[in-house]
Design a protein around this ligand. Structure first.
Ligand code: NDP
Length: 246
């Protein structure tokens, strides 16, 4: 059975939703986890505390993914604290739906800063520390490949961007024993996309599994990719979407 004991993982945006689910799964597999957050300090501390109470090791660090210096400083702080880095999960992201004629420059810039630049900078910084067996796993979205609604232009372009970045980085760092992959969730019940929200009514008919996914279902795939069993998977885009793209 594969274990992540002795590994140190950073999960960006781990205070809620999918990032929280990933952090809990990685910790249950034995990894020491550091979650970052932007605004939800209290919630992030609660997640770290609850992982600790379940027998794991977790810390929460504020690092706005839209702020290059904060991303770099956060990763440096975590590496200094635990002495190493093995796994980076780029999860922090913002959603937002709007017809193209309503997208403001500020919305566009903010979405790219968090979803795309934040991923690039965190990956760049993490690669200073990752060694043989290192892992970068980025949470993209099935909307990079399939989109069944109007108004997702900015979001989709950021998610297509990270999938391209993944392939390029995989090519660049494979010689160091590091794998780089994108996980593309379909609809997952979180604050961003509540299963009982109005958007769910539009989405549900396209989900082959006829239900929303859970954060644990994304976390289990990420945990598999983080382990040594997945050493031959790199540059891949793997869907966990209940057949949304089928
Ligand atoms: P949530 O909105 O529920 O949670 C977002 C998380 O990201 C929070 O922990 C939040 O922290 C953090 N975050 C947001 N902005 C920043 C920032 N600037 N800096 C640091 N952390 C930040 O979203 P989900 O859990 O649903 O989404 C997680 C990822 O999964 C995103 O990349 C999203 O695009 C992707 N995804 C989600 C799907 C879904 O259906 N839910 C489907 C496909 C992809 P804080 O509270 O502190 O702001």
């Amino acid at each position: 059975v594969q274990t992540l004991t002795g590994k140190v993982a950073i999960i960006t945006g781990g205070s809620r939703g999918i990032g929280e689910g990933i952090a809990r799964r990685l910790a249950a597999a034995g990894a020491t986890v550091a979650i970052t957050y932007n605004s939800s300090a209290e919630q992030a501390e609660l997640v770290a505390k609850s992982i600790g109470e379940a027998g794991g090791t977790a810390v929460a660090v504020r690092a706005d993914a839209a702020d290059r210096a904060a991303v770099r400083a956060g990763i440096t702080e975590i590496v200094r604290r635990f002495g190493r880095l093995d796994i980076l999960v780029n999860n922090a992201g913002v959603g937002g739906v709007g017809a193209i004629d309503t997208v403001t420059d500020a919305d566009y810039d903010r979405t790219l800063a968090v979803n795309l630049t934040g991923v690039f900078v965190a990956s760049q910084e993490a690669l200073r520390y990752l060694g043989d067996g290192g892992r970068i796993i980025t949470i993209g979205s099935i909307n990079a490949d399939r989109i069944h609604f109007g108004g997702g232009s900015v979001y989709a372009l950021t998610k297509a961007g990270v999938a391209g970045l993944t392939r390029a980085l995989a090519r660049e760092v494979s010689g160091r024993g590091i794998t780089v992959n994108t996980v593309q969730p379909g609809p997952v019940d979180t604050d961003m996309n509540p299963a009982d929200g109005p958007f769910a009514e539009i989405t549900r008919p396209y989900i082959a599994a006829a239900r929303y996914g859970t954060t644990a279902e994304v976390g289990s795939l990420v945990t598999y990719l983080a382990g040594l069993d997945a050493a031959y998977i790199t540059g891949a885009t793997i869907n966990v979407d209940g057949g949304y793209a089928a």
